[in-house]
Design a protein around this ligand. Structure first.
Ligand code: DAT
Ligand code: MG
Length: 138
């Protein structure tokens, strides 16, 4: 069954020139890009996007980081797109959790600078896609 997921290439990924690498892996996996743009994230969008982490010790630095430079925001579609991209990304902690071969496992060292975001469930994808691409019909 086809799904849509929100993918972000975070400021570290853009700054390090890894946009092509991330997009290439998405394409080679067989997933399809439906929308994609480079944009700056304001504080309000960052707070809404990461609302589930409000109150955690890393919340403030997470907001500072995600608003620190341009990000690539993309809508990615295909069979099992949500878990397929999470698999490409690897676990949240690039060294402790992400397997070698995954984006985070291959290119990351620190949990905050883990390169990419992908929605983690059908409900999150629906919520995040509305937030980032409000003009897009479901
Ligand atoms: P994911 O991005 O894999 O869905 P998450 O939703 O649990 O992970 O956390 C969102 C982001 O917050 C994550 O990509 C990096 C940051 N983060 C998570 N846990 C952290 C921690 N213990 N210290 C610092 N940053 C953390
Ligand atoms: Mg998450």
């Amino acid at each position: 069954m086809s799904e849509r997921t929100l993918v972000l290439i975070k400021p570290d990924g853009v700054e390090r020139g890894l946009v092509g690498e991330v997009i290439g892996r998405i394409e080679r996996k067989g997933l399809k890009l439906v929308e994609m743009d480079l944009r700056r994230v304001d504080r309000k969008l960052a707070e809404q996007h990461y609302a589930e982490h409000d109150g955690k010790p890393f919340f403030e630095s997470l907001l500072e980081f995600i608003t620190s430079g341009p990000v690539v925001a993309a809508v990615v579609e295909g069979p099992h797109a949500i878990s397929a991209f999470r698999q490409l990304a690897g676990g949240t902690d690039p060294v402790g959790k992400a397997a070698p071969g995954s984006l985070r496992g291959d290119y990351g060292l620190e949990v905050q600078y883990n390169l990419v975001h992908g929605s983690d469930s059908v409900e999150s994808a629906e919520r995040e896609l509305k937030l980032w691409f409000p003009e897009l019909q479901a």
